[in-house]
Design a protein around this ligand. Structure first.
Ligand code: F6P
Length: 481
């Protein structure tokens, strides 16, 4: 239903944050993870009304349908069972057997690549959801000794060119990752990579130097990739939710089974938490409701993702796709035009770098911005003493936004009253990265339910793709204007 018709929406519109009556326990602990939303100074009544809004929009019902494998992607008549990709034997998913079998195939292939001393470089060619997830995981969890992984996404030939310049055809494995196997950028990059390999090693080498991930194995076969090297993504997995399965193949190769399995375990823990924790203590539910509060009642048009971990440099880009492809919509589930703002612009970069770039606007600018600080109490790498400084900076920024400062000089004043979430984990491990990404997946789902949107389609990207094809097939100069 339209959320603006809920009494809770009307009441929220009247409420103002009142620090004197702030929620009594504004944080949730979950096995080494602290979700602290105290700096929003939400009143107990605001929180109650946000929960009432979730209940009025039938969040529990939608969540149950999501986890039952029902057709929640109604515009495409599909389920959205990405959680099944991190399932364990015995879990209750209609697709469990095929998921576990495909995971075993991927692990076996990854093991073989890892133990093949002839392979030194793996190049993933894919874009969007077929790129950002595995790139994020490989980058975030890289350890010395991991295989050299490269990610080519852009159709700009410089992207592939720079990677090929670092590789030797004899020791390079290409993974062509494309759910549809029709994406223009990916296919052009794949064909160019194929040409580079064939020029050096001949046509017969293609089968041994290429693998693919796709929902259309026949298209990969036409490219020349043997069936035993083609791995499956199903139509019930959206690209931006797909890193947990075969699209994660580069990460399985880089990390090995045990670390990749820990990533899945972490994500599955959050699935259980999302499914069973009381709404008022449910971290992704609270994250989603606070995002709605910021967007619809505080006027925040954007959401800054500020990981205080250099290894999470790709997280803002990953979440841009997750949030903006899922929630960047103006038509609700019933086909009507919404009368309220929906998905925010997502942006960010790791702290402390952003402090010396854009935090000025966060502290003194005119726009409301939703802010998530993501931190880790302990370091996994690097020299001693840095983590303390990093975490002190995170807390300082969050507190400075919340409390502000009066100086007597308006140019130097910070108004304060600018809230933020702080997600603090013990350290950046595979399990915690899995927990972090799954939290955002479910946050997005919560927002979609409140806004009465289908978060699993992305028709908005099609028009530009079609026009580009038309321009190319008409052989019109594209540089005239
Ligand atoms: O253009 C958007 C999109 O369809 C994404 O949703 C998807 O992740 C990406 O393109 C890549 O698609 P494919 O995996 O089919 O190549």
């Amino acid at each position: 239903m339209t959320p603006t018709a809920c009494p809770a929406w009307q009441r929220l519109a009247d409420l103002k944050a009142d620090a004197d009556d702030a929620a009594r326990n504004p944080h949730v602990e979950l096995d080494g993870l602290t979700f602290d939303f105290s700096r929003y100074a939400l009143t107990a009544e605001i929180l109650d009304q946000l929960i009432a809004l979730a209940e009025a929009q039938d969040l529990a019902g939608w969540r149950a349908r999501l986890f039952a494998g029902a057709v929640v992607n109604t515009t495409e008549q599909r389920a959205a069972m990405h959680m099944a990709l991190r399932a364990q034997p015995g879990d209750d998913w209609p697709v469990l057997e095929e998921v576990l079998a495909e995971r075993d195939r991927c692990y076996a292939f990854a093991d073989a690549v890892r133990s093949d001393s002839n392979i030194t470089d793996v190049v993933n060619i894919g874009i969007g959801g077929s790129h950002l997830g595995p790139a994020l995981v490989c980058d975030a969890l890289h350890e010395p000794g991991d295989m050299r992984m490269h990610f080519v996404a852009n159709v700009d030939g410089a992207d592939l060119g720079r990677v090929l310049a670092q590789c030797d055809p004899k020791s390079t494995l290409f993974i062509i990752a494309s759910k549809t196997f029709t994406t223009q950028e990916t296919l052009l990059n794949a064909r160019s990579a194929r040409g580079w390999l064939v020029d050096a090693l001949g046509e017969a080498a293609v089968g041994a130097h290429f693998a693919a991930v796709s929902a259309y194995p026949t298209r990969a076969a036409e490219f020349g990739i043997p069936a035993e090297r083609v791995f499956t993504i199903w139509d019930w997995v959206g690209g931006r939710y797909s890193l947990w399965g075969a699209i994660g193949l580069p990460a399985m190769i880089a990390l090995g089974r045990a670390r990749f399995a820990a990533l899945l375990t972490g994500a599955r823990e959050i699935d259980e938490h999302f499914l069973y924790a009381h709404l008022a203590e449910n971290i992704p539910v609270l994250m989603g409701l606070i995002a709605v509060w910021n967007r619809n009642f505080c006027g925040a048009t954007s959401h800054a993702i500020l990981p205080y971990a250099d290894a999470l440099g790709l997280l803002p880009a990953y979440l841009q796709q997750l949030v903006m492809e899922s929630l960047g919509k103006r038509i609700d589930r019933d086909g009507g035009v919404v009368s309220y703002p929906t998905g925010p612009i997502v942006w960010g970069m790791p702290g402390t770098n952003g402090q010396h770039a854009f935090h000025q606007l966060l502290h003194q600018g005119t726009d409301a911005v939703a802010v998530d600080f993501i931190g880790f109490r302990d370091a996994v790498e690097g020299p001693d003493g840095h983590q303390r400084v990093l975490v002190a900076n995170l807390r300082a920024q969050a507190d400075a936004l919340a409390t502000g400062r009066r100086t007597g000089d308006p140019h130097r004043d910070c108004p304060g009253g600018r809230g933020s979430n702080v997600l603090m984990f013990d350290r950046l491990t595979p399990r915690n990265l899995g927990r972090l990404v799954a939290l955002y997946e479910h946050q997005v789902f919560v927002q979609s339910v409140i806004w009465n949107l289908n978060p699993f389609d992305q028709f908005g990207v099609e028009l530009g793709k079609e026009l580009a094809e038309q321009y190319l097939s008409a052989r019109k100069p594209t540089d005239s204007r």
